[in-house]
Design a protein around this ligand. Structure first.
Ligand code: ATP
Length: 349
């Protein structure tokens, strides 16, 4: 089975081809990089409309080439929907949300058009569940807890009674967005996360507020304190160390509690902030200390990417979980616990 995935919830215009026979995930992405400030929804949407056709086209060419090398006749002129591409593709999966509405609408339109042109099923994927499932698929874990540490989100997910439940989450901004707000304040270009990671290599720890309430956590007070510290002349490298140590310790604490409460001994990481080596080290150490297993996907599957959309789309298609074009509206606030999990064959709670 070959599934095309299309992603475009915020900054990454991305398309992918997942081949279930070979396991290959071919990804083509074109990032939106704001000249100044953070992600502007209108500019991001303009980027999607410019870049999505090109990334899809590259992936369709790759699909046709790989199908041809597998002996499929991809030049069938009899095929009403364009045999060259239809021969290679069984379904089109797209990010239905959560994300920026103007971006989602462009990606949704592209996915519907492609599915109709190729006359194949459409698969509406929840972007945050895809962040989780790529880790579960690659690790081979059975029923892990997932820490999604992304730009616009931060939450712990665990499976119970046919859905991924939100065990704990941010009470204000997503973790990456919080870090990016600090770096904008000190004049660094978006995205800020990698710059904080680099700067922290040269700093000493600076104390910042630690805000965990039950299973939830908050970043807004930390960010205000970090900005104030920078304004007061604390070396920015020291603030970056404080930011990483404080925020990642909070996420690690709640991840550990989620493992403890669910009785699970498997943790997967998802989201762009998961590219940070310090966060991965803290989570790995916590898991090692409690005898749990930890898995972090490669960076290309952590940041926003269409590969994870295609991989989950394939599993949804195998489960018959398709969506009619008429019912495929995007949802900017699509929560992971709204998704009936059709593709898991287990019934465990
Ligand atoms: P979501 O998946 O919730 O829609 P998103 O679309 O913003 O989030 P992601 O690709 O998951 O996108 O994450 C992007 C975020 O990751 C940005 O905020 C960026 O600063 C952060 N980030 C990237 N690399 C690092 C790093 N090395 N350390 C910390 N943060 C990082």
């Amino acid at each position: 089975m070959r599934i095309v995935g299309i992603e475009g919830t915020a900054w990454a215009a991305s398309a992918a081809l997942f081949d279930t026979e070979t396991g290959e995930v071919f990804i083509e992405s074109d990032p939106y990089e704001p000249d100044s400030g953070g992600i502007h929804p209108r500019e991001a949407a303009e980027h999607m409309s410019d870049a999505v056709p090109a990334v899809i086209s590259t992936v369709l060419d790759h699909a046709a080439e790989t199908a041809e090398s597998d002996g499929v006749d991809v030049d069938d002129d009899e095929e009403p929907s364009g045999g060259r591409q239809a021969a290679a593709i069984d379904g089109v999966a797209f990010s239905r949300g959560p994300g920026l509405g103007p971006c989602l609408r462009i990606v949704g339109t592209a996915a519907r058009s492609l599915a109709q042109t190729l006359d194949v099923p459409l698969l509406g994927v929840n972007h945050m569940v895809a962040h989780l499932e790529i880790g579960r698929y690659q690790s081979g874990f059975d029923s892990p807890v997932c820490l999604n540490a992304s730009g616009a989100n931060a939450h712990l997910l665990g499976y119970h009674n046919g859905r991924y439940r939100v065990l704990g989450e941010t009470m204000d901004t997503g973790v990456g967005n919080a870090i990016d707000k600090f770096t904008r304040h000190v004049g660094w270009k978006h995205p800020g996360g990698p710059k904080v990671e680099r700067a922290a290599e040269d700093g000493d720890y600076y104390d910042l507020p630690y805000v965990v309430k039950g299973m939830d956590f908050s970043f807004s007070g930390i960010m205000s304190a970090a900005k104030q510290a920078a304004d007061d002349g604390v070396p920015v490298e020291d603030v970056c160390v404080g930011l990483q140590e404080t925020i990642f310790a909070m996420l690690t604490e709640v991840a550990e509690r989620a493992l403890s409460l669910t009785g699970t001994d498997e943790l997967v990481l998802g989201g762009g902030v998961g590219q940070n080596a310090r966060l991965r080290a803290m989570l790995a150490e916590m898991c090692e200390q409690r005898g749990a297993e930890f898995y972090a996907p490669d960076p290309r599957f952590l940041r926003d990417n269409a590969g994870m959309i295609a991989v989950l789309g394939a599993r949804m298609l195998a489960a018959g979980d398709t969506v009619a074009v008429a019912d495929s509206a995007v949802d900017a606030n699509y929560r992971p616990d709204q998704v009936p999990v059709s593709w898991r064959d287990d019934e465990e709670s």
